[in-house]
Design a protein around this ligand. Sequence first.
Ligand SMILES: Nc1ncnc2c1ncn2[C@@H]1O[C@H](COP(=O)(O)OP(=O)(O)OP(=O)(O)O)[C@@H](O)[C@H]1O
Ligand SMILES: [Mg+2]
Length: 257
Amino acid sequence: MSKLFSADNVSVRFGGLQALDKLSLDIDEGTIIGLIGPNGSGKTTFFNAVTGLCRTAGGQILVDGEDIAGLHPRHVYQRGVSRTFQRSRLCLSLSVFDNVVIGRQNALDLTLFGNLFRRGRFIESVRENHDRVRALLSTFSEPLAARTFDPLHTLSMIDRRRIEVCRALIANPRLLLLDEPSAGMTPDETHEFMSDILKVRGDHPRMSIIIIEHEMDVIQRVADRCVVLNFGKKVAEGTFDAVVADPWVQEAYLGSS
Ligand SMILES: Nc1ncnc2c1ncn2[C@@H]1O[C@H](COP(=O)(O)OP(=O)(O)OP(=O)(O)O)[C@@H](O)[C@H]1O
Ligand SMILES: [Mg+2]
């Protein structure tokens, strides 16, 4: 397996707060990393730093050897990094299709001039997007694919989360960042959703995933490797078994003595 992604001594500061403190992390192609840590430990800040939503105060973020730190989010996305957000950014009044296609920037040429004079190309591009959205939805289930043009607000919570993942996947990312995708789900829904994530991994064997998740049993099920943050620093890393055996994780994160 070749190395896809590498964060090297990445720091982020908000005024006097050191939200990320020289964080380093390597990811091979096709692996799932579970990112865990207490509230406020810097997990979302790490995703924001990688995707260009917050400025780094030092360090490199390499995708395939190219430093993407400081790039505009659109350029990070073009280099194959997609994400979901801790708080949903779906548009409830729009259709499933619209919500997914929004994830594919520049997917449609919507200028009046372009559409009048290149109608054939426009229609072809709509058809292509439709096929791609349907194929992605079918990864999750055929009943979901049948709802391509339903308004999003008619879907259940778990289906909406699937739509968020589809929106990130439509860009064909090499690295997918999932920020607490199971938040607010029942244990049964979480189990079902994690089966979906494993299915997605099966369909994209070279794509790597970092998943932020608080439930340790979920991490155990899906992650090949775990990274634990505290106050912006990496405090443990390794297989699930190695990480839960770590004295710091035992004491501080799992709350056992
Ligand atoms: N834009 C910002 N401006 C100032 N402080 C921020 C900003 N974003 C995050 N922080 C602070 O940085 C620290 C890390 O926050 P972050 O959201 O990364 O934590 P987290 O590990 O994702 O937590 P949670 O599990 O609650 O989502 C926190 O102390 C937070 O208050
Ligand atoms: Mg967070």
